[in-house]
Every structure is written in structure tokens, then in C-alpha cells.
Design a protein around this ligand. Structure first.
Ligand code: CA
Length: 366
């Protein structure tokens, strides 16, 4: 009897002991899982120490690493390292890099429908476009374009409204556009080439010399935030207001297989960090543009700010509309995206006009 009791007691004690071990092991396992670290290699289109665009990537990295308490490490490679500024799409798709930072319209030669997610001439302003992405169909449509390529694409930082560019000569009529040699990429380049502009593509590092020596007659870059350091105001007197890139949104690309395998909380941290970095770049661009525009005007008081004459704007708008019709007719998904953007502008623009536009107009000096 004593033996049996002892046996039972021993069994219970041993049982408790082993149960305890299992619980501890489980806890240990959970801790190990929580502490599992992931390294994200991120390739960006921009060179090292590139202000604003590069800052958005560094902001993302800092937020993702600190919010994840070190479980995420982001290693950024600039174009100086990977040597393939326009190869980001392929490198992230293939998993050579887990993430990328670039601009969606750079892939238009590869996947034409990516063009519509950076900015469109005569399209949405930055605040309208963020609303389209996050509260209307923007994200859903962008995913429809990128999912077949094993990629997620997210907004990656907005430049706000870009300037129409620096011109050596004043543009007074449509004739002044004919044969004009200009660096103007993307959809806008296709539009003005319909009007006789000789569109050229020159590496950013050679733009200043090209404009100074007359290899090109005009160029567009971004706006004061990034134009000041390029020095264009020193070699071209006319600075035109913009029509062609009203809300240029950069992009974060993520390898889909990599993202889907991450624990849910880390996925959420990455999304929050990207979104915050993207909004922050718009804020920083505004700040830098205001500051740099004051510097430019002070150093070069003869900069002449111009707006293209009405006859030129009407022709550009018509060429743009014709091109949109052509693109939509060729591809049902392009049509779906373009219809979504047009419908969203119809819905939101009256409010933009009633609010910000009316406010600023009421302040205009009479
Ligand atoms: Ca531009």
C-alpha cells in the first residue's frame, strides 16, 4: 500500500516536473520565435547621400528597426553599390533584394500599367492622390498590376507638385516647342513629343553641363527642393510652373514571398514605417522647397517665373487626352486604372477647389 502511494506521489511529482519543463520549453520557443531576426536588403535607385528621396529610405529603416526592437535589420544599397538604378524591379522580383525604393513609372517599358502610380499630367494633387491610394481604389489597382510579378508596391514618398522646368528661351507659342530639345521623362515626355519636342534622356550628373552648353534647350527635374543643388538657375533664366507631375509618388517594392512569410506584427511594422516615411517626404519636400526657393531668388534675382501661355497649355492638354484614350483602348486594366483616377478627380476636385484653392485665391493681392 505504502509502495503504491509512494509510486503515485512520485508519478505526480515527476509529472509536474515534466509539465513544468514543457511549459518552460514552450515559453523558450516563443521567446526564440519572437527574437528571430530578419535582414531586409533594400536596393534604391538613388545614389548615396541623396537628399529627400534617400532620406525617406533612411526614415523607413530607422522606424522599422526601432519599432521591431531589432528583429528587423534594413541594409540599404545605393546605386553606387548595386550599379543598377533601373534594375530594382527585377532584383526585388527575383529575391536578390527583399525591398526596393524607386518610382513606379520607371517600369513602363516592362509593365506599361505601372506608369499610372507615380503621377499623371493634369492628374491629382498629392493630398488627392494619397486619398485615392488609401481610401479609394488606388492600392487595390496597384496590387493588381504588381501581384503577377511577385511584388508588393506601396507609396514611398511624394515630391508634391513639380516645376515645369528650366528653359533657355521663353515659350510664347506652339512653334517654340517644335524642335526644342528637352529632358522630360515619363508620360509627359510622350505628350510633348506629339507636339514636336525632341525628348532626350540624359543622366542626372550630366544635366547641368548639357543645359549650360546648349546640348539641350530645357529640362525638368523636380522643384526647388532638389533643383537648387543641381544649379540649373545659374544657367537658364526661365523657370516654368508645372503641369506634368502634380504629385510624384515614389514607391517601396517588396518581394511578395518574403513579406508573406514574415510574422504578422513585422508585416504591420513595415507597412506603418513605409506609410509614415512616405507622408514625411511630402512634408520635407515642402520645407526644403520653401527654404531653397528663397535662396535661389536671393542669389539670382533675375530668375523669371513663367506659366506656359494658354494656347500651349490647350494643345498639351489635348495631346495628353488623346494619349490617355490610346492607352485605355489598348488594355482593359489601363482603362480600369485611368477610369478610376478620372472618376476620383471628379469626386474630390470640387472639394479641393472649395477649400485650399478658394482660401489661397482669397489671399491673392488684388
Ligand atoms: Ca520630374
Amino acid at each position: 500500500m505504502k509502495k503504491i502511494t509512494l509510486g503515485i506521489v512520485s508519478a505526480i511529482v515527476l509529472g509536474l516536473f515534466f509539465t513544468g519543463c514543457t511549459e518552460e520549453k514552450k515559453e523558450e520557443k516563443v521567446q526564440v520565435a519572437e527574437k528571430k531576426t530578419y535582414t531586409i536588403k533594400l536596393a534604391m535607385t538613388w545614389p548615396s547621400n541623396f537628399p529627400v528621396f534617400g532620406d525617406a529610405v533612411i526614415n523607413f529603416k530607422n522606424m522599422a528597426e526601432s519599432m521591431s526592437d531589432g528583429r528587423l535589420t534594413v541594409r540599404i544599397d545605393s546605386k553606387n553599390k548595386h550599379k543598377s538604378p533601373f534594375g530594382i524591379f527585377d532584383m526585388v522580383k527575383a529575391g536578390q533584394y527583399q525591398m526596393g525604393h524607386s518610382a513606379s513609372y520607371y517600369w513602363k517599358g516592362k509593365v506599361p500599367n505601372t506608369l499610372y502610380f507615380t503621377t499623371m499630367p493634369f492628374g491629382m494633387t498629392a493630398s488627392e492622390q494619397f486619398a485615392w491610394f488609401y481610401y479609394d481604389d488606388g492600392m487595390k489597382l496597384m496590387d493588381k498590376v504588381y501581384a503577377p510579378h511577385n511584388l508588393y508596391s506601396f507609396p514611398g514618398g511624394n515630391t508634391g507638385n513639380q516645376m515645369g522646368g528650366w528653359f533657355q528661351k521663353e515659350i510664347n507659342s506652339l512653334d517654340d516647342l517644335k524642335g526644342l530639345k528637352m529632358r522630360i521623362p515619363g508620360f509627359a515626355g510622350e505628350v510633348v513629343s506629339k507636339l514636336g519636342v525632341n525628348v532626350t534622356n540624359i543622366a542626372p550628373g550630366e544635366l547641368y553641363t548639357a543645359l549650360d552648353r546648349g546640348t539641350i534647350d530645357a529640362l525638368e527635374w523636380v522643384g526647388p527642393s532638389l533643383d537648387l543643388r543641381m544649379g540649373f538657375h545659374k544657367v537658364a533664366p526661365y523657370y516654368y510652373t508645372g503641369w506634368h507631375e502634380p504629385a510624384t509618388e515614389l514607391q517601396f517594392l517588396i518581394n511578395r514571398k518574403f513579406m508573406d512569410k514574415l510574422p504578422a506584427d513585422l508585416q504591420e511594422i513595415i507597412k506603418v514605417a513605409m506609410k509614415t516615411a512616405s507622408y514625411d517626404m511630402l512634408t520635407q519636400t515642402n520645407h526644403e522647397s520653401g527654404k531653397n526657393w528663397a535662396t535661389m531668388k536671393k542669389e539670382f534675382p533675375n530668375i523669371q517665373v513663367k506659366t506656359f501661355p494658354e494656347s500651349v497649355m490647350t494643345a498639351i492638354k489635348k495631346a495628353n487626352d488623346d494619349l490617355l484614350v490610346e492607352k485605355a483602348a489598348k488594355d482593359p486594366l489601363a482603362k480600369e486604372i485611368l477610369d478610376s483616377q478620372a472618376n476620383y478627380i471628379k469626386q474630390i476636385r470640387p472639394w479641393t477647389l472649395l477649400s485650399d484653392y478658394s482660401y489661397l485665391k482669397s489671399l491673392e493681392e488684388k
